[in-house]
Design a protein around this ligand. Structure first.
Ligand code: ATP
Length: 359
């Protein structure tokens, strides 16, 4: 059964330049124990979608449509107190920025223990013991001694482990990790990813992993949602997405992801940039960057369909679906992915030449 169900969610930010529709009608569900990747380039609205789950949008942001249900209860209808009871207890978030999680004037251990005391009926010493066990579990050496450290006394990698310990404090049913390794050096990143993989494998905690890195998704996730310009353009079990991607955007992202044994010196990038969400492109939002775009792509908005049959998404999270007019029989020339990968590599090469960079 689904723990978390997001249905036709719409999130807007109000800015001086206009209304940014950061999330525009996305739907998905997450079941106990599974790890689901939400992937896409910067500005796709992944963070907005994830923050909306806990109603943690900042002042400029608003959920203007849709439903978010946790264990069947609509989160958008909950009172602030009921929401607080769920936050950090049943659903926890791991942000990129440890500074936003820990207060610099209290020790890391006190802050984790306080979270436990807020949500669970435990004595001070039980909260302390549980905290030390958590600090140990996330791989911080000398956990009893680290309990008394202030946040700034931990290295960047250790701080991020502490953030994860804080998120795990109450054994949440759902853990939302938003770019949990961004800004950390490669070795530290690998350690954090290993920790999350271990967590995914050994606990019933469902993980929603937000990242721009398909390599990370391949390592950790069971299923993937690909988000582009506020919309989900493809959804698939992880192997299907890697071995048989259906949306030209996903193909571009995969071409830009390094793989084991890759001997290309430089990876291709997707030509163009992510669109402005104040005034997104008409029709398929990817069409201005898509090598296969035809006239109809600028005027018709594709919805998620089963690529094999062209039938609308049946809502089964395991079904592979993609939003491209090719699968409803509307494209005349069709898709030829080898061309896209080659063209992307060529255009990348041309750009570098123009910039005088070595190939
Ligand atoms: N606090 C804010 N105020 C105004 N606009 C915002 C705010 N936060 C995000 N946006 C806008 O919403 C859109 C989606 O941003 P969001 O951060 O959700 O994307 P993302 O896919 O998570 O990208 P990134 O990986 O860079 O965080 C962007 O156009 C962004 O400029």
């Amino acid at each position: 059964m689904a723990l978390l169900e997001v249905d036709d969610l719409v999130v807007q930010y109000y800015t001086d330049d206009g209304v940014v529709r950061a999330v525009d009608g996305i739907s998905y569900e997450i079941r106990a124990g599974e790890t689901v990747g939400l992937v896409g380039e910067s500005g796709a609205g992944k963070s907005a979608a994830s923050r909306a789950v806990l109603r943690l949008l900042d002042g400029a942001g608003e959920i203007v449509g849709g439903e978010i249900r946790f264990r069947g209860h609509d989160i958008l209808e909950l009172s602030v107190d009921d929401l607080r009871a769920i936050r950090g207890d049943e659903i926890a978030m791991v942000f990129q920025d440890a500074g936003a999680v820990f207060n610099p004037v209290y020790t890391v251990g006190e802050q984790i223990a306080e979270t436990i005391r807020t949500h669970k009926d435990v004595t001070d010493s039980e909260a302390r013991d549980r905290t030390i066990a958590l600090i140990d579990r996330v791989g911080i050496p000398n956990p009893a001694a680290r309990y008394a450290d202030y946040p700034h006394e931990l290295s960047g990698g250790m701080q991020q482990r502490a953030v994860i310990a804080m998120a795990l404090a109450c054994d949440p049913a759902v853990l939302i990790c938003d770019e949990p390794t961004t800004g950390l050096d490669v070795t530290v990143q690998a350690g954090i990813l290993e920790l999350l993989a271990e967590l995914a494998a050994t606990s019933e905690t469902a993980i929603q992993l937000v990242t721009h890195d398909l390599g990370v998704v391949a390592e950790l996730c069971d299923r993937v949602l690909v988000q582009y310009a506020g919309e989900i353009v493809e959804r698939a079990p992880v192997d299907d997405l890697y071995y048989d991607p259906k949306h030209p955007y996903t193909v571009g992202l995969l071409a830009a992801t390094p793989r084991l044994g890759d001997d290309r010196e430089r990876l291709p990038t997707i030509p163009g940039t992510a669109p402005d969400l104040i005034d997104p492109p008409t029709g398929c939002r990817f069409h201005p960057r898509c090598p296969y775009a035809e006239d109809c792509c600028a005027s018709r908005r594709p919805s998620l369909v089963d690529p094999a049959s062209g039938r609308p998404d049946n809502g089964d999270p395991e079904t592979h679906v993609a939003a491209c007019l090719e699968y409803t029989g509307d494209l005349e020339a069709g898709l030829d992915y080898e061309v896209q990968v080659r063209d992307a590599a060529d255009s990348d090469c041309r750009e570098r030449k123009q910039q005088g960079e070595p190939r």
